[in-house]
Design a protein around this ligand. Structure first.
Ligand code: IFM
Length: 453
């Protein structure tokens, strides 16, 4: 790996999300979310845990802001918990919740860290789930009202808004595969959800533009490039195209071309995913609403997917931490560059940001309470090398947010998977910066990535 520089003014940051770190402090007026309910259902979370305490960030945030400052982060991407602001999803607002975010934002600004606020990172107010959650079109309008309220209240301090994080996860993990809240296994519900989440993005963008014409706003997608195991083999090529349609194009095309991909419409119909009511949830004008101009697209990149039979050597590598992370996700840094080359070719996006990238490993605390996370450090170095190459191609990739500043609640995996640059000792809530944190701090200061391997 050679030393590579990043463009001047490249935005360096780290990311987190509300449910994964905040904890729920009784008496603070926050309403329950679908994730509180999901965690309470036996068997849903691998270690049986929940978000009640998490990293206790709701109380310990000043320490976490100090850590971001120590890292040299110029930006911090975090999410607001909708049920902290509107405990029932709409109607009555909760001033205590809003004040928490005001204090956090003010403290970031004092330290010259720019807040990048995600409005929805999966913690839907449970009161809305009772009314059909994202399967109900009204939720899209409730989201736009919540977004408008946040922008009206915080727009003087916050100039960067991300409407949604990873709609694919909300739709597919939450409603088709049942691995995330609300835990449904219903293909039609997943399609309705994807559509209403995208619609809510468009509606929220319109409100953000009205209220904060000086702000930049966009959405974050998790994109996963698909490769045929045997290039040129028709079945593998077709499987890769289908995977790409389901994972990537189903979100990119409506957002940037105002249409759903024809081949995938056909596919869902052939699968009988829709039931007798067909596509009745897509109303006239919806796609125009969804395709509002975005100032940027946030991309979360972790891995790639290979379709078809892999070679014996590739299969053997699956237990090797040099090739796979603790999530069993393949380490494929080149996929990041391939993805951006293709995105820049196919979609008219003004600016790109990597809003998440990182790796889970089973970190071991040493006797002198340090974390030598060499595998994570290598993962970050390899991916930053690709990021620098994307920038050097002239693609307007303007920033990078590491996932995550802290170890946190990794959804259905509970606390078993650690993604943090900072280790969290959950028993004491002590924060211990890992070797990767110290290394990234040097990279940020130098605005260069260098060989560590
Ligand atoms: O922890 C998640 C995050 O909430 C969304 N993107 C992927 C991360 C790792 O799984």
């Amino acid at each position: 790996m050679q030393e590579r520089s990043f463009p001047k003014n490249f935005i360096w940051g780290a990311a987190s999300s509300s449910f994964q770190i905040e904890g729920t402090v009784p008496g603070d007026g926050r309403g329950p979310s679908i994730w509180d309910d999901f965690c309470a259902q036996p068997g849903r979370i691998r270690d049986g845990s929940n978000g009640l305490v998490a990293c206790d960030h709701y109380r310990l945030w000043p320490r976490d802001v100090e850590l971001l400052s120590e890292l040299g982060a110029r930006a911090y991407r975090f999410s607001m918990a909708w049920p902290r602001i509107f405990p029932e999803g709409r109607g009555r607002s909760n001033a205590i919740g809003l004040d928490f975010y005001k204090r956090l934002i003010d403290s970031l600004l004092e330290k010259n860290i720019t807040p990048w606020v995600t409005l929805y990172h999966w913690d839907l107010p449970f009161a809305l789930e009772r009314k059909g959650g994202w399967r109900n079109r009204n939720t899209a309008f409730a989201f736009a009202d919540y977004a408008a309220y946040c922008v009206a209240q915080l727009g003087d301090r916050v100039k960067h808004w991300i409407t949604h994080n990873e709609p694919w996860c909300v739709a597919v993990l939450g409603h088709r595969l049942g691995e995330h809240a609300p835990g449904l296994q219903n293909p039609r519900a997943a399609l309705e959800t994807a559509h209403h989440v995208l619609l809510s993005h468009g509606l929220a963008m319109q409100r953000i533009r009205e209220l904060a014409p000086d702000a930049t706003a966009g959405i974050t997608l998790n994109l996963n490039p698909a490769y045929p195991a045997t290039p040129g083999k028709p079945e593998d090529e077709a499987a890769a195209h289908l995977f790409d349609g389901d994972f990537n194009r189903w979100y990119l095309d409506p957002l940037f071309r105002a249409c759903y991909p024809e081949d995938m419409i056909q596919h869902h119909e052939n699968q009988g995913a829709l039931g007798p009511r067909g596509w009745d949830f897509i109303q006239q004008g919806d796609l125009k609403t969804i395709a509002q101009p975005n100032d940027f697209l946030g991309v979360n990149y972790y891995s790639r997917t290979v379709l078809g039979e892999r070679s014996a050597a590739e299969k053997a590598a699956q237990k090797d931490p040099l090739h796979y992370t603790a999530m069993d996700w393949e380490i494929h840094p080149e996929g990041l560059q391939d993805l951006f080359v293709r995105l820049a070719r196919d979609y008219p996006v003004k600016a790109w940001y990597i809003t998440e990238n990182g790796a889970a490993y089973a970190d071991q605390l040493t006797a002198d309470r340090q974390i030598h996370d060499a595998h994570r450090l290598r993962y970050l170095a390899l991916h930053l090398d690709q990021v620098a190459q994307v920038c050097a191609r002239g693609i307007p990739l303007k920033g990078y947010f590491a996932w995550s500043i802290l170890d946190n609640f990794e959804w259905a995996h509970g606390y078993e998977k650690r993604f943090g640059l900072v280790y969290v000792d959950y028993a004491s809530q002590e924060r211990i910066p890992k070797a990767s944190f110290h290394w990234l701090k040097e990279v940020i200061a130098a605005n260069k990535v260098f060989d560590v391997l």
